[in-house]
Design a protein around this ligand. Structure first.
Ligand SMILES: *Cc1c(COP(=O)(O)O)cnc(C)c1O
Length: 377
């Protein structure tokens, strides 16, 4: 008897597009007919929508999430000789931007259960050179913002939230991104609010900071052709903004669907030798990724692949052990929780359109793997 093999992706972007096809196509055609392709009214509209969604005064569209972080650091005057504290367990961009402005990334260890930056470790890493902390709300789970803000106030340093994986996540009923000096979002297609190309946004309640970022994103000019600073070409284009405007009203429902599916995984996998995602009580994750940790990670990845289930490793190399950062001098064992997590974590398929049947298949395959292990096969 031959079994038809399933093929379940980690994330299905086409399914989401198909569910909104006519609305998105109408938005695209409108932009094309408008003659207005970079910035302009569609970008302004989407900025206003995100500002209102996050309950902040300013939202500034830029070319991508990396630039959102970069322009914020630059606008805050952070540069050579400065230190910025961040997590080693994140996408490379969280630290890359620190280096891009000429400052030095200072990595501190993470919590073993949430994978977020450990506040106690932040405190011991603060020096006279520390200008900012970049907490990353990793996999959608909000970091310990109250404690981080308290530390930052005590030491007079900025907090830039890397909320690229967490648009819509709540920390004590506040949207992440709205708590620090500024918050940064990415609209890379795979993010919870994904465009059809690159896009990013900065949110802040600081008028001066917002004004400076608005100037920086257009070559440091205000008005046009009058340059007061060295800036960037980092604008959000109208097509992305118009399509993201179509998608934003659906975001909370999509995030909720992820939360429900995460709960199904949590219950179905609870008895296995797996560390499941942990979200603290006073906050809500949007489950950008459903991350499990196991000592049998590589074997499980291989088994699932054979069974047609896509998975992924987030993240295989913590940033302090990346080749480009070896000269910073973080030896093996210096940030042990991040290093251990990098050896054991992996993502299971999770997206709003994941069907019950497909999710059950994933669950059965994970359970089969551990049953076979138990039987010594
Ligand atoms: C995706 C991501 C970024 C960068 O966003 P881009 O839009 O790809 O530039 C930064 N930080 C984190 C944590 C991310 O996941």
């Amino acid at each position: 008897m031959t079994m038809t093999l399933k093929s379940i992706p980690l994330l299905d972007l086409k399914a989401q597009y198909e569910s909104l096809q006519s609305e998105i196509q109408a938005a695209v055609l409108k932009v094309l007919a408008s003659g207005n392709y970079i910035m302009g009214p569609y970008v302004k509209k989407f900025e206003d929508e995100v500002a209102s969604y996050c309950n902040v005064k300013h939202a500034i569209g830029v070319a991508n999430g990396t630039d959102a972080l970069l322009l914020t650091l630059d606008a805050l005057g952070i540069g050579p000789g400065d230190e910025v504290i961040t997590s080693p367990f994140t996408f490379f961009a969280s630290a890359e931007v620190i280096s891009q402005v000429g400052a030095t990334p200072v990595f501190v260890d993470i919590e073993p259960d949430t994978y977020n930056i450990n506040v106690k470790s932040i405190e011991t890493a603060i020096t006279k050179k520390t200008k900012a902390i970049i907490p990353v709300h990793i996999f959608g789970q909000p970091a310990d913002m109250d404690e981080i803000m308290k530390l930052a106030e005590k030491h007079g340093i900025y907090v830039i939230e890397d909320a690229c994986q967490a648009i819509g996540s709540l920390y004590k009923n506040n949207k992440v991104g709205s708590i620090g000096t500024a918050g940064c979002f990415s609209f890379f297609p795979t993010k919870n609010l994904g465009g059809y190309g690159d896009g990013g946004m900065i949110v802040t309640n600081d008028d001066q900071l917002a004004q400076k970022i608005r100037i920086l994103r257009v070559h440091g000019s205000n008005p046009k052709y009058y340059h007061s600073m060295i800036g960037y070409n980092s604008r959000l284009d109208s097509l992305q903004a118009a399509m993201l405007s179509v998608k934003l009203p659906y975001l909370d429902n999509w995030n909720q669907a992820r939360v429900e599916k995460a709960k199904i995984y949590n219950e179905a996998l609870a008895d296995l030798p797996i560390q499941l995602p942990y979200v603290k009580e006073d906050r809500q994750s949007i489950y950008h990724l459903y991350i499990i940790q196991t000592n049998y990670r590589d074997e499980l990845l291989k088994y699932l692949k054979e069974k047609g289930v896509s998975s992924g490793v987030y993240y295989p190399v913590p940033l302090h052990r990346q080749n480009v950062y070896l000269d910073l001098g973080y030896n093996i064992g210096s940030l042990p929780v991040a290093e251990k997590s990098a050896l054991g974590t992996m993502a299971l398929p999770l997206y709003p359109e994941l069907s019950i049947g497909d999710q059950n298949y994933v669950i059965n395959m994970v359970r089969d793997f551990f049953n076979l292990k138990k039987e010594g096969k």
